[in-house]
Design a protein around this ligand. Structure first.
Ligand code: NAP
Ligand code: FE
Length: 362
């Protein structure tokens, strides 16, 4: 089944075009963001006057750092309730957007910290507006929120229909200020979502045309955009591909490709997209028997072979600083095996497959 419950306003001046929708969203917003992105992207400068002109009060919770944790969500919940808010606006990369979703759930259902993954307790939500300032996670069109549980030292996601943003406002200009590495890593995250839309057992053919287009847009535009960060056409292509990637995983969910990357982020601070990217060739190899024909069709749609795609990927020179050893492998393979996303793999994956992929990174 294809399901997507988000109004999407995409393109130049998307925020200005969203004013009638924003005006009906509520009276008091909690603006959930990180330390720099809302300001650096220009999104806050656009949004503030629009809220004021429409009589919407807001206050800012800028306590979301990369890979948000459960304490951050609880702090956001308190601010939401203290401010008597009635909707959330997430501005930023995937971290603030995922935090905004979780804060909406926590406030609407009065969740305790121990219940932030208890999706069976999620019965209502406050409206969520998502304004992405990176082009990667596609969180603006997914029902997922990925959080760090510091106590258990794991990064894990949850998904719930109520967490689809009510409104996504995607203006590619908000990504002009992303650094070279944020642009690169987030684009590779989007690429990972698009491929996982083909790998997953729950793959949804309705979205294949958008998956094909998304992969093509990234392969054909990423390098130019890295060289020319202010290139609107390039930024638009990456923002569109990221949204298609989000639409893909909203149907299919992610798989081992994401599960295997999470411990690299929690242990070595490898940025999320990069963690997916450095295992992408190994994942393609592992899943080839089950999904190779679908990947071939996708790459063939813009005239690429698997070998040409892998050469392009290698030319991105993705590198992460990690010190993987046998202890790490022993500790983390069971964690990966236990992760929710493993159920979506297109074939049976055993502990040795995962260990072999980690060993290939040593
Ligand atoms: P991020 O963690 O949100 O942000 C990375 C860095 O980029 C931060 O330092 C951020 O600054 C900065 N930044 C963001 N936009 C900027 C801009 N326009 N100009 C300058 N700096 C900017 O990165 P992300 O890759 O977008 O999100 C990763 C998170 O999303 C991970 O936790 C991942 O697990 C999750 N994720 C979620 C989904 C989903 O479906 N929900 C899918 C994939 C991944 P600030 O300090 O201001 O934030
Ligand atoms: Fe991702």
């Amino acid at each position: 089944m294809f399901y997507l419950n988000t109004k999407v306003m995409f393109g130049n001046a998307a925020l200005q075009r969203s004013v009638p929708l924003l005006a009906g969203m509520g009276q008091r917003a909690l603006l959930v963001t990180g330390k720099r992105s809302a300001i650096a992207s220009g999104a806050l400068a656009d949004l503030g006057p629009v809220l004021t002109a429409n009589g919407i009060q807001w206050h800012t919770f800028d306590g979301v750092s990369e890979n948000p944790d459960l304490d951050t969500i609880m702090a956001g919940k308190e601010q939401f309730l203290a401010g008597n808010c009635d909707f959330v606006i997430g501005i930023g990369g995937g971290s603030p957007l995922d935090a905004a979703k979780a804060i909406s759930m926590a406030a609407a259902n009065d969740l305790k910290k121990s219940q932030l993954y208890s999706t069976e307790e999620f019965r209502r939500a406050y409206p969520i507006v998502a304004i992405p300032t990176t082009a990667g996670t596609g969180s603006e069109v997914t029902q997922y929120s990925v959080l760090n549980d510091n106590k258990r030292n794991i990064k894990a996601g949850w998904g719930h229909e109520l967490a689809f943003p009510t409104l996504a406002i995607i203006d590619p200009r908000y990504t002009f200020s992303c650094s070279y590495h944020v642009t690169l890593n987030t684009a590779v995250d989007a690429l990972s979502h698009l491929l996982e839309g083909l790998y997953s057992q729950n793959r949804e053919p309705i979205i294949y045309p958008l998956i094909h287009k998304g992969i093509a847009l990234i392969v054909q535009n990423l390098k130019t955009t890295l060289q020319e960060p202010q290139n609107y056409a390039g930024r638009e292509a990456l923002a569109l591909a990221s949204m298609y990637g989000g639409m893909a995983i909203a149907q299919s969910s992610t798989s081992l490709q994401h599960s295997i990357g999470y411990p690299l982020t929690t242990t070595f601070d490898v940025p999320h997209g990069l963690a997916n990217g450095i295992v992408m060739p190994q994942m393609m190899e592992l899943f080839w028997d089950a999904a190779g024909d679908l990947v071939k069709d996708a790459l063939g749609s813009f005239g690429y072979t698997r070998a040409e795609f892998l050469a392009w990927l290698e030319s991105l020179n993705l590198q992460a600083e990690m010190t993987i050893d046998e202890q790490f492998i022993q500790d983390k393979v069971p964690e990966v095996m236990a992760s929710r996303n493993m159920a979506n793999n297109p074939l049976t994956v055993d502990a040795e497959d995962i260990a072999a992929i980690y060993r290939s990174l040593i």
